[in-house]
Design a protein around this ligand. Structure first.
Ligand code: FPP
Length: 253
């Protein structure tokens, strides 16, 4: 009860400030969280998935419109087969368990990345999640799956080159916003804030084009993704609200 009260207080405080439109999250440290408890890495991922519900609840409560989570990168295929299989199964379990809640929260699911190569069961679940929530507009949940920022740029450049060859796009018409319209995030605002848990100070190929001016918030090294509760998220937003975003210009202070 006491915790709920303090969360409510934090939510009220955050709502008085500037709320980011788009928050992107690198959910790191599942393996370390599990190892510290003598558990298999895959158990860390299972606990990690559980944190997504709280995340959506807070986003909705404070009015964040877009939240992007890095669930599986193009590089993650190189992990042990059993771990990859568990992650693929977790996608299915997560959707089966949470899709009604996601829908009722008014959230629409999008996938960033080439999900056509996922195992059939994961692909079917993803297709269902996208279709089942397609009429929602209140909150957008982007799940980055088989996503890599460089691969995304390669795809965008190929798509634009094909249009140039077909005479549908002039080279001089390629602008920053035209490039943005060829990314998986077409039509969405850039992330205002990128959060990474577990203390690592890098972007790991996550939204490199879109995050050019994002604020970064890295949790302490002992806060792993399965530890990421509402309080930690709200603390990150509060810290963001103290930042002076200059976009290359002068301070507004
Ligand atoms: C990083 O921890 C986490 C991942 C590579 C996967 C994140 C995935 C989930 C939380 C579950 C799947 C998500 C959905 C939406 C179903 P790590 O394994 O790199 O941890 P470590 O750095 O401590 O080893």
């Amino acid at each position: 009860m006491a915790e709920d009260l303090s969360i409510q207080t934090m939510i009220s405080l955050v709502k008085q400030g500037k709320v980011p439109q788009h928050v992107a999250i690198i959910m790191d440290g599942n393996g370390r969280w599990a190892r510290m408890r003598g558990l298999a890495r895959t158990v860390g991922h299972k606990y990690g998935v559980e944190k997504l519900r709280d995340l959506l609840t807070v986003c909705k409560a404070i009015g964040i419109k877009y939240v992007t989570v890095y669930a599986f990168s193009t590089e993650n295929w190189s992990r042990p087969k059993e771990e990859v299989e568990t992650l693929m199964k977790l996608i299915v379990e997560f959707i089966n368990k949470e899709i009604d809640n996601i829908k009722n929260e008014g959230a629409r699911v999008h996938v960033l990345g080439d999900w056509s190569v996922l195992p059939t069961a994961s692909r079917d679940a993803v297709a269902y999640a996208i279709d089942h929530t397609k009429d929602n507009t209140e909150l957008h949940l982007n799940v980055a799956l088989n996503y890599g920022g460089r691969a995304e740029l390669v795809k965008a450049f190929k798509d634009m080159a094909a249009k140039v060859v077909a005479g549908e796009l002039a080279i001089d018409d390629i602008t920053e916003s035209v490039i943005a319209e060829h990314l998986y995030t077409a039509g969405m605002p850039d992330p205002d804030l990128v959060i990474r848990t577990a203390g690592e100070m890098r972007l790991s190929n996550f939204l490199p084009y879109q995050s050019a001016y994002a604020e970064l918030w890295i949790s302490p090294a002992n806060v792993f993704w399965p530890d990421f509760g509402k309080d930690v998220f709200l603390k990150a937003i509060m810290d963001y609200q103290k930042r002076d975003r200059r976009f290359g210009g002068l301070s507004s202070k």
